[in-house]
Design a protein around this ligand. Structure first.
Ligand code: FES
Length: 236
């Protein structure tokens, strides 16, 4: 006799459903933005999808593709996103106390999931990308006619702060910071870093979602300004 998928009576399917909708929407938006290769800058503002802007003569496609593989790889191999997309897309399992769809379990030892072991290296690669985003956020205050505070600059600052929280709440970074040590005594810097990382690591899933949404919103704001659909709100 077939076992029921679950005996849970609550709406356990809502979380995987929302995950699918948000991740698919973001993926489609990001691919479209990268593909069209226009309206990604306005004044000193640069869309995070195009940062750093590498305008290489030999590259025949949108310059966004030269850089997007780094944040994409970082998020695809992220422990939190793995949990989310295994549940939402593969039903493996879809929720706690809900049966899996498949009968065999091979873990992450075979292709392509074995590539998730590269997460730590994507973390290293994400650091220079994050540094460029900080540079873009600071540069956003400096217009041709001087220093101004526009809503776009504030959005870029919030975006890079959220991305920094996401990057430095990473489980792999937490291990590098201090998780690999047997004894913390006599290592105050490593201990301090590990304690701070552990604090923000507890909400890593939250930073993963809000930083992803903020990247899309920052791009959308700059895009709307660049196309003339809205005017940048100048506060100073
Ligand atoms: Fe999510 Fe490293 S575990 S970014």
């Amino acid at each position: 006799m077939n076992q029921p998928l679950t005996e849970r009576r609550d709406a356990w399917w809502v979380e995987p459903l929302v995950t699918v909708v948000v991740l698919v929407a973001f993926g489609v938006y990001a691919f479209w933005v990268a593909l069209i290769n226009r309206d990604f800058a306005f004044g000193p503002y640069l869309s995070p999808f195009y940062s750093p802007h590498l305008d290489l003569a030999w590259w025949p496609f949108s310059p966004a593709f030269l850089i997007l593989w780094v944040p994409l790889g970082f998020r695809l191999t992220c422990y939190y996103y793995r949990r989310s997309y295994y549940r939402a897309f593969f039903w493996d399992p879809p929720a706690c106390a809900v049966g899996e769809m498949r009968r065999s379990y091979r873990g992450e030892r075979s292709f392509p999931f074995v590539l998730n072991n590269l997460h730590r290296y994507f973390w290293y690669l994400s650091l220079p990308v994050l540094a460029f985003l900080w540079y873009d956020a600071i540069k956003a205050f400096f217009w041709e006619d001087g220093f101004h505070v526009g809503l776009g600059a504030l959005i870029l600052v919030v975006n890079v702060v959220l991305l920094s929280y996401y990057t430095f709440s990473c489980h792999a970074w937490r291990h590098l910071a201090g998780g690999c040590l047997d004894c913390m005594s006599g290592r105050p810097v490593r201990y301090g870093l590990w304690r701070w990382t552990s604090r923000i690591n507890a909400r890593h899933g939250y930073w993963a979602w809000v930083s992803m949404v903020s990247v899309a919103l920052a791009d959308a704001y700059i895009r709307l300004c660049a196309t003339g659909a809205i005017a940048d709100l100048r506060l100073f």
